[in-house]
Design a protein around this ligand. Structure first.
Ligand code: MLT
Length: 315
């Protein structure tokens, strides 16, 4: 029997070190072929993935030796947690290891939207010098609405306050008198109130049935026409058709999307909108975050295989 199968690109010193104690097979493109993955996984005790491997009930049921699934990241929406539980397979993940990187990408996205940095860079590199086409706005003094005040939302709030932004937040699980909202001096609002008050809205909700298409026609209609929307959480929390309509009709001023409903995305009108910034799900991809993520994940996968208690179990 083999030990660990890695079906996406997960690398680093901690992965290399796993080979001291376990047999490790790294097949970074295996996620692309669910049939091959099912065949291959049959003899393994552990599967390590990012967000592109769909670990569904069928895959889990077809792997009788499987003891643990390791998810290199915070979102577990690509893993059928109920099926894993039913088959006695532990799921470990990295709930906080990339939070700083994601918060930093959102700051970069807000600055890029406010100052039109990608379009201005393209203009200059193509030999243009159209300075006045790129008149922007400051983040200073603006209101940032954070939807989801967990580990990432909290860190984003700290950084945004350093830029002189006011914070308002929506999160059904965070108390207005708790330490996070108090530290950020952020009133906890209903989603509709937040959308109406914010100059920038950033989503940090997991994708669960309750949050699917949370940002729909009604949500975008509730935003200010001068407001910018940022999503570095999960594509499925946004109804992209509604977003496209809102951008076209001027319900909102612009959007920055690091995640999409379908990844890699299919051709979309978003590709041709000059008030939209698209990045290919890079929020967690920094040297520092990946070192933390991979070290934590490998430690937890090894712990389960040794019969020890892992630090981060997804439920
Ligand atoms: C996450 O859930 O943390 C991200 O999707 C990580 C990743 O880049 O795979």
């Amino acid at each position: 029997m083999s030990d660990i199968l890695i079906s996406e690109r997960i690398t680093g010193a901690a992965v290399d070190a796993l080979s001291d104690d376990f047999t490790v097979a790294t097949e970074p493109d295996l996620w692309r072929s669910p049939d091959d993955l099912r065949d291959r996984l049959a003899g393994f005790r552990a599967l390590m993935v990012r967000n592109q491997t769909q670990v569904d009930a069928r895959l889990i049921a077809s792997a009788p030796s499987l003891e643990v699934i390791g998810r290199a990241g915070v979102g577990t929406d690509n893993i059928d947690l109920d099926a894993a539980k039913q088959h006695g397979v532990a799921v470990v993940y990295t709930p906080e290891q990339n939070a700083i990187s994601v918060a930093e990408l959102v700051m970069g996205s807000m600055l890029s939207l406010a100052r039109h940095i990608p379009a201005a860079s393209l203009n200059a590199s193509e030999g243009g010098w159209d300075r006045h086409r790129f008149m922007g706005v400051e983040l200073y003094g603006k209101t940032l609405g954070i939807v989801g005040l967990g580990r990432i939302g909290h860190r984003l709030g700290i950084r945004a306050r350093a830029f002189g932004m006011d914070i308002v937040a929506h999160d059904p699980f965070v108390r207005a008198d708790g330490v996070v909202a108090s530290e950020l001096r952020s009133p906890m609002l209903s989603l509709t109130e937040l959308l109406a008050r914010s100059d920038f809205v950033s989503c940090h909700m997991p994708l669960i049935p309750e949050t699917k298409h949370l940002f729909n026609d009604a949500a975008f209609a509730a935003m200010r026409p001068t407001a910018y929307f940022v999503n570095a959480a999960r594509g499925g929390v946004v109804d992209e058709t509604a977003l496209i309509r809102a951008l076209r009709d001027g319900d909102i001023a612009g959007a920055a999307l690091d995640v999409r409903e379908v990844e890699p995305p299919v051709a979309s009108p978003l590709n041709d909108m000059d008030n939209v910034i698209l990045t290919p799900h890079i929020a967690a991809l920094t040297d520092e975050a990946q070192e933390r993520v991979v070290a934590s994940l490998c430690g937890d996968v090894a712990a389960v295989l040794r019969g020890e208690m892992p630090a981060h179990i997804a439920r």
